[in-house]
Write a protein that binds this ligand. Structure first.
Ligand code: XIL
Length: 360
């Protein structure tokens, strides 16, 4: 038994010692990282070693969301978030904060409080006090913060494309965004402050609507000197239900650069639903799209790096939804490593994209 455990341990250490994606990124002055759920790092040593090999940056998959950090009005709990921070520190990884303000993953008490009849100043405190506490607590330790996540929503069919159903928007209109950025700047002047959103890379109409909404929002924020310093492109791609064209995406990146923003791909994964049954074919298609997407992204001098939303198909938020599994029960093949932690063509596509990228 002891011998088996020891050899398993040696085997996983070998994984961690191999050259990983982080090195390919660092060689070009770029960052590669991934989202992780903290318990996986503690409970699955082989997975943790793959993370150590590949990731130069970690972002909490959920532990930094308000539902977890402030489960009760006077009850903050950073213990889970801190464990990921400690793991990152132990392995010399950078960290991102995600997110300070979002319409989702809020504690129930907060949504209720925002909906009650209370003076506006009290509701403002529910927004800015939290940002102050969390921002100061991690000040100096985070590379960047997603200050506001998913501010636009094409599905609400508004002229300005804003997510007006957000509990924050309902109280403050879009001024919640500037309140949040100013509070974040005050709390952690060193972290790069990001607006983060999805559905902005493809040619399909709903992506075009979202790009327009974001650029107009940036016009308004910049006109008021709101300290938005970066734009995070989540990058949840679809290999079989989408249309990616290099020039459309490149044009959007140039428009973002025009605001003087830093850029990052913050949550890359490529869904395989609607694809052929052959896993090898799907892996090849996904690698192809990953490479086309990253070649454009890394061409931008404002691009700081790439994070995938998870590292291995063994654990992915997409497969957590039963309808995304394959009929044979196999998980979606959306991330760089397969469910056995073997490198997929997507892993090589990311590595090559870094190798081919212009150095910063
Ligand atoms: C997801 C997490 O992966 C899940 O574990 C959680 O249940 C829901 O949120 N965009 C985001 C991320 O900004 O925070 C989301 O993460 C995925 C989509």
């Amino acid at each position: 038994m002891a011998a088996t455990a020891a050899s398993a341990c040696i085997k996983t250490e070998v994984i961690a010692a191999e050259e990983g994606l982080k090195t390919a990124a660092q060689n070009k002055g770029l960052i590669y990282g991934c989202a992780v759920g903290g318990p996986l790092l503690e409970n699955d040593p082989a997975f943790a070693d793959a993370v150590i090999r590949d990731a130069g940056m970690l972002v909490h998959e959920y532990e930094m969301k308000r539902k977890y950090t402030q489960p009760r009005p006077r009850g903050y709990d950073f213990s889970k978030a801190d464990r990921v921070m400690e793991f990152a520190k132990r392995h010399s990884m950078k960290t991102r904060g995600h997110p300070l303000v979002w319409h989702a993953a809020n504690p129930e008490w907060l949504i209720e409080a925002l909906g009650e009849r209370r003076p506006r100043i009290e509701k403002e405190r529910l927004l800015t006090e939290y940002i102050g506490i969390v921002g100061r607590r991690y000040s100096g330790r985070l590379h960047s913060w997603d200050v506001v996540n998913e501010a636009v929503n094409h599905e609400e069919w508004r002229g300005d494309g804003m997510r007006a159903t957000s509990p924050w928007y309902k109280v403050f209109g879009e001024s919640y965004i500037e309140l949040a950025f100013h509070a974040a700047k005050e709390a952690d002047p060193n972290a790069i402050l990001f607006l983060n959103d999805f559905g902005v890379e493809s040619t399909v109409r709903w992506n075009e609507q979202r790009r327009t909404a974001i650029l107009k929002l940036l016009d308004r924020l910049k006109a008021k000197n709101v300290p938005v310093e970066g734009f995070g492109i989540q990058g949840h791609l679809y290999a079989y239900n989408d249309r990616f064209e290099e020039d459309v995406f490149a044009n959007f990146l140039r428009q973002l650069e025009g605001y003087g923003l830093k850029l990052m791909i913050t949550e890359l994964d490529v869904r395989d639903r609607g694809g052929p049954p052959s896993p090898a074919q799907r892996d090849a298609d996904i690698a192809g799209l990953t490479r086309r997407f990253l070649d454009v992204a890394l061409e931008s001098r404002a691009m700081l790096g790439v994070l995938t939303w998870g590292l291995s198909d063994r654990y992915s938020w997409v497969s957590a939804e039963p309808e995304n599994k394959w009929p044979d029960g196999k998980p979606a093949r959306i991330l760089p490593l397969d469910e056995n932690l073997a490198k997929k063509p997507m892993w090589s596509a990311i590595k090559t994209a870094f190798e081919q990228a212009p150095a910063r």
